[in-house]
Design a protein around this ligand. Sequence first.
Ligand SMILES: Cc1cc2nc3c(=O)[nH]c(=O)nc-3n(C[C@H](O)[C@H](O)[C@H](O)COP(=O)(O)OP(=O)(O)OC[C@H]3O[C@@H](n4cnc5c(N)ncnc54)[C@H](O)[C@@H]3O)c2cc1C
Length: 329
Amino acid sequence: MGAIWAVIQTEKGEPRGVSYETIAGGQKLAAALGKPLEALVLGAGVAGAAEKVAARKVERVRVIEDPKLDPYTPDPYTAALRLAVEAEKPDYVLFPHTYQVRDWVPRLAAALDAGFISDVVDLRADGGEPVFVRQPYQGKLNADCAFTGSGPRLVSFQAGAFLADDAAKGDASAEIVAQPVDLSGVEVRTQVLETFQEVENKVDLSRADVIVAVGRGIGKQENLGVVEELAAALGGQLAASRPVCDNEWLPMDRQIGSSGQTVAPRLYLAIGISGAIQHLVGMKNSGTIVAINKDANAPIFSVADYGIVGDLFEIVPALTAKVKEARGA
Ligand SMILES: Cc1cc2nc3c(=O)[nH]c(=O)nc-3n(C[C@H](O)[C@H](O)[C@H](O)COP(=O)(O)OP(=O)(O)OC[C@H]3O[C@@H](n4cnc5c(N)ncnc54)[C@H](O)[C@@H]3O)c2cc1C
C-alpha cells in the first residue's frame, strides 16, 4: 500500500504555516483511505523543521537535504521529488498551493507523467475513492474531481482549506529518516539574484491572525481612521475590498479576493463590504467571520458567523471602545 506524502515548504529553515494545513488535509485523506501519512521536508539546513513536523501525527518524516535545494529553484526541487517518488512510490503527494508550488509542481507532474489536481478546497471519500473539490470560475462552482489511472497522484490545497491547528499532534515524535537522492547530475538553470517582495513593505496577509477588512461602504479615504483604530485595538492587519484599492485609499497589497490575496485568519471582520463572489473566494475560509453592513440582505451575511446590521460609523467606534475596555487599554 502506497503512502500519502505531505510536502513541507520551509522558509529560513522553519516549516511555513501552510505546511501544517497540508498535514491537516493529509490526515483527513489518510483517515478516509486508511493509508499512512508521511511528511517530506526538502531543503538545506532543514533538520530543525523536520523535528517540528515530527511532533505531528505522521508515520515518519523523510528529509531530503542537499545544498542545491537552497535557495529554492525549480530544477533541483523537481529532480529531488521525482527521484524520491520513483524510489518510494507514494500513492498521493500533497502540497500547499503556494506561489512556489505553482512554479515547480506542474513540472513534477509532467516529469512523473502524473495527474495534478490543484487548488483543492475540500476532499471526501466516495465508496473508498477520494474526491477532491475545486472551485473554478472564481469560486462560482464546486467541481468534484477524481483521479483516473494509477498513481502517483499530486494534489495542492488552497490556503485555509484545512486549518493548521487541526493538524493533530502525535503521541510520540515520529521517526525522521534521510531520503537519499543524488542531485549531483542536476543542472540548476536558474540563479536567484535577489529575493524581494512585489510591493515595498508588502504585508503578507496570509499570515495574519486577525484581519479588519474595509469596503466601499467607508465612503472615502479620510474615513479610514475609524477602521484603523479597530485594527490597532485588535492587534490585527488592515485589508480591503477591490474598490478601496482601485481608488488608492489603501495600497494594492491589502486587497483580498480573486485578484488579491487569499487569507484564512482566525478572525475576519468585513466592514462595509457587500460580499461579491470575487471577495468571498479570498476570505471565506476564515475561522470566524464578522460582518458589519447597513444592508440586511448583503451577501456577506451568508458567510458570516456574526452579522451586525447598521451604520459602520456608529458600530465600529463602539466596538473599538469595547475591545479597548476588554483589553484594559
Ligand atoms: C475579474 C474581477 C476580479 C475582482 N477581484 C476582486 C477582488 O480581488 N477583491 C474584491 O473585493 N473585489 C473584486 N472584484 C470586485 C467585486 O466584484 C465587487 O465589485 C467588490 O468586491 C465590491 O466591493 P465592496 O463590497 O467594497 O463594495 P460594494 O459592493 O459597493 O459594497 C459596499 C457595501 O457597503 C455597505 N455600506 C455602505 N455604507 C455603509 C455604512 N455606512 N455602514 C455599513 N455598511 C455600509 C453597502 O450596504 C454595501 O453592501 C473583482 C471583480 C472582477 C470583475
